[in-house]
Design a protein around this ligand. Structure first.
Ligand code: UD2
Length: 312
């Protein structure tokens, strides 16, 4: 049986994808160096093989690709910290850009059928066009964003140059179960839910808003992201293409807090702090292109937040 590779499969988004692939009865290999992923994110299954290692280990990649005949590669491994990419651009570049090329080289050599890459809305940077469309200009402002954009081009160009059926997906603000809330640079939803729960449990905590709370994001539930990944894998129209993955809805932090108050039944104190340097004021996706493949977000923000909250 042909097997599916998920790089970064022990991470937040990767582990949700692995769960779904296993549900579909597929054989899955996860390659993850556990730098931010966790083994406990992964389900137990005889159809799952976990390999601890980095996508920058070329010898390991050669071994894995010769042992398994991968039909599809979902490439989700990355150093996800924008802040670390600013402090250590060369180190994160090795993973976030070169790592992608190393994988593409193996995929090409071994005749992988589909290659799906997880890019980021970070490629748009501070560009003013809204909603963000795939053919809008890009202007990544951090090494993380630059590497995601470069990787994206290496990926989709592989279709035109070598016939590798490759696709890149630009994830907007993904949230859901198993997202890490422990760093100040974690996703805002994971941080806020953590504060609401701690407040409910009697802790003396605050919800810190950087700026006036009117900044907006396109918050997309992780299970919808998984559906987008699988849809692009199965669509012949996705070869050599880039797609936004969001909901097409714009939500402000103030609205997010209001919804969390309704769901949790508590109102922790909200403190307004100075805006973060370089923070983007408004961001949301135009998802027409992905919708044309049949994508429709399945979860409202309310539903997604409820599920995330109940899991915590
Ligand atoms: C997202 C990505 C980031 C990069 C960027 C590019 C996440 C976690 N971050 O950053 O990796 O791709 O997009 O556009 O997906 N905020 C608060 N209080 C907090 C935490 C955050 O007010 O405790 C604010 C923050 O200043 C920002 C908003 O919430 O205005 C969203 O922050 P975020 O870090 O979740 O996501 P974003 O879009 O800034």
């Amino acid at each position: 049986m042909k097997t599916t590779l998920v790089t970064g499969g022990a991470g937040f988004i990767g582990s949700h994808l692995v769960e779904e692939l296993l549900k579909e009865g597929r054989r899955v290999v996860v390659l993850d160096d556990l730098s931010s992923g966790k083994l406990e994110n992964l389900p137990k299954s005889e159809n799952l093989e976990f390999i601890e290692g980095s996508i920058t280990d070329r010898k390991l990649l050669r071994e894995i690709f010769s042992e398994f005949k991968f039909k599809t590669v979902f490439h989700l491994a990355a150093v996800p910290s924008v802040e670390l990419s600013v402090r250590e651009p060369l180190k994160t570049h090795e993973v976030n850009c070169n790592g992608t090329i190393y994988l593409l080289e193996e995929a090409k050599k071994r005749g992988v059928d589909r290659f799906i890459f997880s890019s980021s809305a970070a490629v748009y940077g501070n560009r003013p066009e809204l909603p963000k469309r795939e053919d809008h200009p890009v202007e990544p402002v951090t090494p993380y964003g630059v590497d995601k954009y470069a990787s994206e081009r290496f990926v989709v160009n592989s279709y035109f140059l070598y016939g590798l059926k490759a696709t890149a997906l630009r994830f907007f603000n993904v949230y859901g179960e198993r997202q890490d809330s422990s760093s100040p640079y974690s996703g805002v939803i994971s941080i806020f839910i953590d504060r609401f729960i701690r407040f409910k449990n009697g802790e003396n905590v605050t919800v810190d808003v950087f700026g006036d709370g009117r900044q907006t994001r396109d918050f997309v539930y992780v299970k919808d992201v998984v559906r987008a990944l699988l849809l692009c894998e199965s669509s012949n129209e996705a070869f050599g293409e880039v797609f936004n993955v969001g909901t097409g809805r714009e939500t402000s932090l103030l609205d997010l807090i209001k919804t969390l108050k309704e769901i949790t039944g508590v109102s922790p104190p909200v403190i307004f702090k100075p805006p973060r340097k370089g923070d983007i004021k408004r961001s949301y996706a135009d998802i027409t292109k992905l919708s044309n493949l049949g994508y429709k977000p399945g979860y409202s923000l309310n539903e997604g937040l409820k599920r995330t909250y109940l899991w915590e």
